[in-house]
Design a protein around this ligand. Sequence first.
Ligand code: CP
Length: 299
Amino acid sequence: MRSLISINDFNKEEMLQVLDLAAEYEANPNRPIFKDKLIALTFFEPSTRTRLSFETAATRLGARFVGFASLSHTSIAKGESLKDTIKMVSNYADMIVIRHHLDGTARYASEIAGCPVINAGDGANQHPTQTLLDMYSIRKTQKTLENLSITIVGDLKYGRTVHSLLQAMSHFNPKFHFVSCPDLEIPQEYKNFLDARNIPYTQHHKLEGQIQDTDILYITRVQQERFQDPMEYERVKNLMRLDASMLTNTRPNLRILHPLPRVNEIAIDVDDRPEAYYFEQAKNGVYTRMGIITYLMNQ
Ligand code: CP
């Protein structure tokens, strides 16, 4: 029985196997191979893409699903513990997908559940299924995962998609450029991770000048829900913003990715540019999550 809690739970070969499965599902999305399976989608924190793409993935694989979309719809609101909740759900389902606002909750759930658990985002920690769909999108647009220049912009402190993406891409000899305001820089533990693997990176506080020499521009939203102080969020929320006028003299293969939701860090005049790939990226989430479900169900 395997779970996917951190992207580091998969080695390079396993990640590539999931991406290959996703490509097969993109070519032929209706494959009802898990008609006897039931997947529980336990979302304690809001989600549009992750929850609906898991529902779509389960449906296309022939599986049924149950679940909830907020903590207020569970008996946790009456005082039940997370431990009891996960034990109950694992009595009902063959697999649990969990999103929670606290770091480490998915790992804790995997230690309690009697079935595989998939982390759909835990606090500011990890979002491994987003990372696999990001990798799928990168491979699809660049025709390779190797030797890419990847510029990551926005909330590098609280952005869980950033943390798992840099760990996953470290298998493919990347060069990273981190762009954020000083208060939202990439945490030291991730710099230590890259240093230990001799992965080069640069750090910048302005987006201007960082767009022309990159293959992937990965933009993220400032994670309002992680801030203790609302005034602090107000101070930093609009400091990084991409608009179409900034997309000059870029590499021909440049693609702009964003895990979404977008707030205002990408102006809508970018949406019609050929470099904009974020809506296709979200669509790739269905195929990738079909691949993840298949890979884990077959362990
Ligand atoms: N990218 C992502 O996790 O989106 P949702 O919060 O809508 O699931």
